[in-house]
Design a protein around this ligand. Structure first.
Ligand code: PHE
Length: 496
């Protein structure tokens, strides 16, 4: 019944591209290279690939399988496995919503920097420029000190773009990803070529990849590898479930899961060359050490790299523009994949038009984003992000593997996956889903929680981490239950 009216991808390739677009995001540029450098360089590739094959790809197969076989966004998909599991789907969707509210703000910063690239407005002290001029950072989370208008304008641009891409449906999404997926890869290749032809590049790359095998004996390095893989593949947010639900029920799962995951890993690896060759150059011109300039996250993207760009021998502005266009094109398809997860969940449940649902979701996320666009916004963004990643995503991933691996039955589910897959998943998959993935997720939950109890996160006042952290993650769970109780998203049942 629902299958007849369900929207479809215009081609298999537009599905694969959209999924790759979701996975390949800012994290590939500002997270992977730094995490690799800090956790053993080339040697880190061992835990990384182990994590990819023992947890990343198996969970990717699980999510693709769920969406495909149950033909629903997360709430409907999980309700189809077991009506009492519907709340897990809402949990994932609500997490996706919260992430969109601040992910879009990061993109707003990128718009600002794109604009400032024309004049290289940040000069030699980009980090100061970032905090003082772009963010107008207040002294602490208690002082919001008003909206920062250039950021709000960037935010508005971002949400208008997302609305325009999504409201028409998957046909347009399919066409957009044909641009937003290859474009950043081409731009990264340009940045790699620029980077490795600069003096000091080899030294930078040496820091990125020189293997330190002693590191991989450290358990924390392994946890880093797993969390990077989960984050990078956009798992446990319901995205892959939603995207796969628009495929016909007889589509391939294993091949697609491998393709998406390896494309993501490859892009991360490539981005590392762009980042570390540039860092090598920066160390060279400032006569410092690569370890002094190496960074990850916003301080890399909005501090270190802009400085290196301003020191380029020619066409510095152009490379600034290229770098921030890379970030924007990386971010946009990750952002709208999150929104699509919300959209799919809403449309599965309520009979409103896609245009209206898109409008209201974008508007709501835009308005919530105001909090992160104030002078104190960065603090709140940091807090919410930390809690959502550690106490939102990780438990959702855990709930997924327990529901499928233990309650539904891993081997039963694997048979369903194999029905339509060219390459058959073997018994190894059951083992990963039942034991390895839950084990890793539980350990990482315990370790982070233990650290949380030792000291307050980044020294923020307790009330702020309570409101921006615990209240948000617990509130989401409560709302998920309420949504499950108040109606049904299910239309069919594969039953427990
Ligand atoms: N996978 C994205 C990245 O590596 C991050 C992301 C997370 C995107 C969640 C969308 C949703 O940057």
């Amino acid at each position: 019944m629902a299958e007849v009216s369900r929207e479809r991808w215009i081609s298999r390739s537009s599905f694969v591209m959209a999924a790759v677009g979701s996975a390949v995001g800012l994290g590939n540029v500002w997270r992977f290279p730094f995490v690799t450098y800090a956790n053993g360089g080339g040697a880190f590739l061992i835990p990384y690939f182990v994590a990819l094959f023992t947890a990343g790809i198996p969970l990717m197969m699980l999510e693709l399988g769920l969406g495909l076989k149950l033909q629903g966004a997360p709430p409907r998909a999980l309700a189809g496995v077991n009506p009492r599991s519907e709340w897990i789907g809402w949990w994932a969707a609500l997490i996706a919503f919260v992430i969109t509210t601040y992910y879009a703000v990061v993109m707003a910063w990128c718009w600002n920097y794109l604009f400032h690239s024309f004049t290289l407005a940040w000069g030699p002290e980009a980090e100061k420029f970032f905090f003082n001029d772009v963010l107008k950072l207040s002294p602490g989370p208690g002082q919001l000190s008003g909206l920062v208008w250039p950021v709000v304008i960037g935010l508005l641009l971002t949400w208008i773009a997302v609305f325009l891409i999504l409201f028409k449906g998957l046909g347009r999404v399919g066409r957009v990803v044909m641009v937003t997926v290859p474009l950043p890869v081409i731009l990264i290749i340009i940045l790699v070529i620029r980077g490795i032809t600069l003096p000091g590049a080899a030294n930078g790359l040496n820091f990125y990849l020189a293997p330190d095998f002693s590191k991989i004996l450290n358990g924390k390095v392994w946890l880093e590898a797993y969390s990077q893989v989960f984050f990078s593949l956009s798992l446990a947010m319901g995205i892959m479930i939603t995207y796969a639900s628009y495929l016909p029920r007889k589509s391939d799962i294993t091949n697609n899961a491998f393709m998406i995951s390896l494309a993501d890993a490859g892009t991360s690896f490539l981005a590392g060359f762009a980042i570390f060759s540039t860092l090598g150059y920066l160390a060279f011109v400032t006569q410092s050490d690569v370890s002094k300039v190496a960074a990850g996250g916003p301080s890399l993207a909005f501090g270190t790299i802009p400085v290196a760009i301003s020191k380029l021998p020619f066409a510095a502005s152009l490379f600034g523009i290229i770098f921030f266009l890379t970030l924007l094109s990386l971010g946009i398809d990750s952002l709208f994949s999150l929104v699509e997860c919300n959209l799919g969940s809403v449309l599965d449940r309520w009979g409103i038009t896609r245009t209206r649902a898109t409008f209201f979701i974008c508007l709501a996320a835009f308005l919530v984003g105001f909090l992160f666009s104030t002078g104190g916004g960065l603090y709140w963004l940091d807090i919410v992000d930390h809690w959502i990643n550690n106490y939102g995503l990780v438990p959702v991933g855990l709930a997924e593997v327990i529901t499928i691996g233990w309650i539904f039955g891993a081997s039963r589910f694997r048979e369903m996956i194999n029905e339509s897959s060219e390459v058959k998943a073997g018994k190894w998959w059951d083992f990963m889903i039942k034991f390895v993935t839950p084990f890793i997720l539980i350990v990482s939950l315990i370790v982070t929680f233990y650290q949380e109890m030792q000291k307050s996160y980044e020294g923020y006042p307790v009330w702020s981490t309570f409101c921006g952290g615990w209240l948000v993650v617990i509130g989401i769970v409560i709302v998920s239950f309420l949504l499950m109780r108040s109606g049904k998203s299910t239309n069919k049942n594969i039953g427990v």
